[in-house]
Design a protein around this ligand. Sequence first.
Ligand code: GLU
Length: 414
Amino acid sequence: MSGSAWDQALAQLDQAARIMNLDPNVHEVLRNPKRALIVSVPIRMDDDTVRSFTGYRVHHNTSRGPSKGGIRYHPSVNLEEVKALAMWMTWKCAVVGIPYGGAKGGVVVNPKELSERELEALTRRYASEILPLIGPERDIPAPDVGTDEQVMAWIMDTYSMNSGYSVPGVVTGKPLAVGGSAGRRAATGRGVMYVTVATLKHLAMPVDEARVVVQGYGKVGAPVVQLLSEQGCIVVGVGDVGGGVYNPRGLSPVGLASHHAETKTVAGYEGGESVTNEELLELECDVLIPAALEEVITEGNADRIHARIVVEAANGPTTPEADEILHDRRVRVVPDILANAGGVTVSYFEWVQDLQAYFWTADEVNAKLRKVMEESYVSVLDLAEERKVTMRQAATILGVQRVAEAHTTRGLFP
Ligand code: GLU
C-alpha cells in the first residue's frame, strides 16, 4: 500500500542520497521543508454566510534562489501533499538550471463550486494571508491544478495594492495584459512535447505515428494533445474527470478541442469509444502521458500499463512501488521533475522579463524553452547511463547535487 505524496517524495530523496553518497548532514537539511504556513481563509459567500477555507504555502528550500511553485485549488489539498510538491519544485528548478528554490501553495476548495466573486474573494484573502512569504525576491507563485491566469492577476493586484505600486514579478502565469509572457500558457505541454520527441528518438522509435494516450485535458493535457499531434503522433486515448475516449486510428485534436469547449469534458466525444479512467491508463500505446494528479500509476495497475514510455506531465503520478514494477518491465519513465519543467522554465522567463520590463516574442520564448528542455534531457540521460540508474534517480541525483552544492557553498547558518 502506498503512503502519502510526502512519503513518496522522501523515498525518492532517500534513494538518490544513498546512490550518490550524499553527506548525511546535508541530507538531514533537505529532508525538511524550510518553512510552512497554514492559514485560514474566511470569505463571505453569495448567500451572505461566512465560510472558512484552509490554505497553505510551503517553502522547501531557497539555497539556489527565491522559492518558486504553483498554487493549487483542489478539495484533496493537504499539508503533506503541498510539502511534497514543494520538494519536487526544488529538484525541478535545479534540474533545468534555473535560479530558484522550491515552494508550493494550496487551498482546500473545489473552485468549480464557487462563483466568480467568491473565487476572487478567496484568492485575495489567501494572497493577503501569505503576503509575508511572497515577493519577487522571496517566493513567486504560479498556476497549478485549479488556478489560472485570472487567479494570478488577482494575486498580483492584491500584492501591488499593499505595496502601493505595480509588482508584476510577484507571480508568473499572468495574463499578457499585466506582464505575462508569450508562450507561458502552453509551456508545460510544449516542454512535455520536446522530451517525448527526444525519448522516442533516443529509443529509435518513430515519432511519426507513435501512439499516445493522455490522461488529463486541462492546462497541460490539452496543449500536449495538440502539440504532439502536430509532430505526427497519433493520440489514441484521452481522458479527464468526466471519463475517457479511445480510438486506435487516432482522435482528432480539433474535434476533441471543440467537444471540450462545448461540454467541458472529453467524455462523450463521438470520434471514439468511451473508456473509464482505469481503462485509459492500460490502453495499448507507445507513450502514456499522465497529465493530472499524483499517484495514478500504482502497484495496483503498474503491471497492466502497456506503454513503452511514460512521460510524467503531472507531478508525482507514479508511486515508488510502481516505479520498480515499470523498471522491471523495461518501461521507460521520464520523470516529472524533468518532463514537466517547461512550465516553471517559462515562468522564469516571465519573471526575468517583468524585472527588466522588456518583453520577448513567442518565437524567442519557445526557442529558449526548447534549448533548456533538450539540454536538461541530455544531462539526465547521460547521468542515468553513466550511473546505470533510472531517469528518475538520475534527475533526482542531479537536482539534489546542485542544491547540495549551493547549500554547502553558502554554509550552514549561523
Ligand atoms: N505548477 C507548475 C509546476 O508544478 C508551475 C510552477 C511555476 O511555474 O512556478 O511546475
